[in-house]
Design a protein around this ligand. Sequence first.
Ligand SMILES: [Zn+2]
Ligand SMILES: [Zn+2]
Length: 461
Amino acid sequence: MVFAQPVGGSRGERIFASTNLAHEGADPAANSTGTAISGELRELIQCHECGLLQRNPPLPAGCAARCGRCGATLHRSIPNSLDRTLALTCAGIVLFVVANSFPFLSFQFQGQTTEATLFTGVEELYRQGMWALSLAVFFTSILAPGLQLGLLLIVLVPLRMNRCGRGLSRLFRYVATLTPWGMMDVFMLGILVSVVKLADMSTIVPGTSLFAFAGLIFVLAAAQAALDKDIVWSRMPVPARVRRPPQSGEPVCSCRVCELVMPESKADPAPGRPSCPRCGAGLHRRKPESLQRTWALVIAAIVCYLPANLLPIMTVTSLGKTQSDTILSGVIFLFNHGLWSLALVVFVASVLVPLMKLVILVYLLVSVQMRSPRRPRDRTRLYRLTEAVGRWSMVDIYVVTILVALVRLGNLATIEAGPGAVFFAAVVIITLFAAAAFDPRLIWDHRSRAHDGACLGGVLN
Ligand SMILES: [Zn+2]
Ligand SMILES: [Zn+2]
């Protein structure tokens, strides 16, 4: 890890220099399109968490550069990134097809057997009238990872052949948008919890696709770790008007998706809604109406949090007896069966994490509105934490989906999703949107005004 070094600055916008960026393959500036950006412009980067404009010159392979002000990772240089990501993406697509084509678990009870594929749970939830829940599970466990793999393949193959059209940059933007929504690893934890819950009453047999599914999780994680986004973006064409480095004292703005830094006057000649000339994402100095939108989403999540924990998330019918389970009763079930470590994981993921996210977001919103200059670096760390852990709360929703898919033997044994599951999924998804709506650069604004002058977009020195 390399910390950027300050090399100069005025009006408080210090510019930091880090070390060498190892570009793989041919220099993009000399590729067939002839429209990639110049080296000097490519080195400029605006930290997406504190807004500081810095220089990010080449890094040695395997090194990472961090923002000198807030500690965010600015760039990680990964050797052979394109080749490795492409190979892992191809392997991932094969595993994805296998994982979705065969049953991943069989449930045997009183001489009867049911089998479940990844899609069975989605179908069963829809049949039970839980279409919103069914849609959320379908999107996060099947559609988002599948699209992510497909789009990566479409982008990386021509890039590897040194060909890239304007459409590719938009497709790669969608990969960035979809990445946080692919939750196959959380789904795998859901399978583990479900198997433990059912082990008492029945026999559970793993199917072919369970192994493909487990392999897919590792391959997807490895593909994400191998992907050097800067290499991909540096090969995407940029219109001539923004290809010149900003002049001294000129205001600059940057794209939150592809991180292209450009002179503000050249960002978009047309009035109205400026968009990034490279990837097409909307250009804003700050996320629009960040505080209002985050407050609205946080309040909506708080409203859903109580019914999510009080109403049953599923109803179990076994040999004529019916029993309702809430999130907490599920945790107590695991604890009573001596599985305290799994009980702890589910308790932390389902009860503590959503509550912690809401408390942190309220604290950040209040501190920004009160213009607090206190410990901006620690508050940025808290924000990072909310972004990293939020998705694991989906585990209980996946447990319900898997149980509903497996246990459907009429009066003998049936599990149905309860209204608590809908509220709980709403809490998880709304808090994910709330964290995405909050702009962490607001934390640094008061500090910037007090010490650095008002530099919303950044001014090149
Ligand atoms: Zn920063
Ligand atoms: Zn962009």
